[in-house]
Design a protein. Structure first.
Length: 318
């Protein structure tokens, strides 16, 4: 009897032209899977269950859909109820009672969970997300489809996503075309740090990490104007027997001439610090003060507003 009541109650807020999604399965190569990284890609899932019962859905169904309207209708349901309420309470107190009632109903909704209504567009988007995930992780030939199956109760339905992954692609070789000699030299000397390894399965995340690695490497070595978007990857999978041949390309620096709105290119250069100036006792509140003492040490110039109290070697080693 209780099971029957729960079954009926689960559909309480499901409209006439809607269906409650009661099951969502992901089948990978003919085997059911509960991998979180795949399940998290699904845009719609059934309501959560405890011991097979969608408890939060039932809690949500206890709340009134339009509590303010429900309270007003309750006040007007009996001819004398509204008058008795205002005879016994002030208008402000009646308004507070209504506000409290609405608040309780909304709290019940927050504790509960809305019905998981089946949506065709969401199913298609979920399938597209799964397809993209497998492609980005090297399964270029993966196929994803889904099937919707109604239960004996026409108000309930199930969905099953079928995934056929095929064989993943791996990196066969990596070549580079870097136009600026300075960049090519830095890149080649740190090639052992790359995220893109031969025979490693293709993974888009590794390409993003490699772009970040190269960008940080070049900037930390004085190529200050380098931008991450300058790094391009060309992937060839034609007649490669499930392998990817990669070509990393980095072009020269593009410079815009603002006067005539033209573009020119030049090789990236390594910027080096030629000289360091140190003001030992600078005061922003006394910015017009005159330097009265200075000393040179290697490529460091030390200035002081007053007698210099520091040895330049100490400042150089700081």
């Amino acid at each position: 009897m209780s099971t029957f009541l729960f079954s009926c109650n689960a559909l309480k807020r499901v409209k006439k032209d809607e269906q409650l999604l009661v099951e969502s399965l992901v089948i990978e190569n003919n085997e059911p899977t509960r991998k979180k990284n795949l399940l998290n890609l699904l845009k719609q899932e059934p309501n959560g269950k405890l011991l097979g019962i969608p408890v939060k859905l039932h809690i949500f169904n206890l709340a009134k859909p339009e509590p303010k309207e429900t309270f007003t209708n309750w006040m007007l349901k009996k001819p004398n109820r509204k008058k008795r309420m205002y005879d016994f309470f002030s208008k402000k107190q009646v308004a507070n009672i209504q506000t409290a009632y609405v608040g309780i109903q909304n709290s019940i909704k927050k504790v509960g969970e809305k019905p998981a209504i089946y949506n065709e567009e969401s199913s298609q988007e979920s399938a597209n997300r799964l397809q993209s995930w497998f492609w980005n992780h090297g399964w270029f030939n993966a196929k994803v489809d889904y099937t919707k199956t109604d239960t004996p109760n026409p108000k309930k339905t199930k969905i099953e996503y079928q995934i056929s992954t095929g064989k993943p692609y791996a990196i066969r070789k990596i070549e580079s075309e870097i136009q600026s000699p300075a960049i090519d030299s830095i890149y080649q000397s740190h090639l052992h740090e790359t995220y893109l390894k031969k025979d490693k399965q293709y993974n888009t995340d590794n390409f993003n990490a490699e772009r970040d690695r190269i960008t940080n490497l070049l900037r930390n070595n004085g190529v200050y104007y380098f931008d991450r978007e300058k790094i391009e990857f060309e992937a060839d999978t034609l007649n490669t027997n499930q392998h990817v041949n990669l070509n990393l390309k980095i072009g020269n620096r593009i410079i815009r001439n603002r006067e005539n709105d033209s573009l020119t290119t030049e090789a990236f250069k390594i910027n080096r610090i030629s000289e360091v100036n140190i003001f030992t006792n600078y005061d922003a509140l006394n910015r017009d003060a005159i330097v009265t003492d200075s000393i040179h040490f290697k490529k460091i110039k030390v200035f002081s507003f007053g007698q210099l109290k520091y040895k330049p070697k100490v400042l150089a080693d700081a």
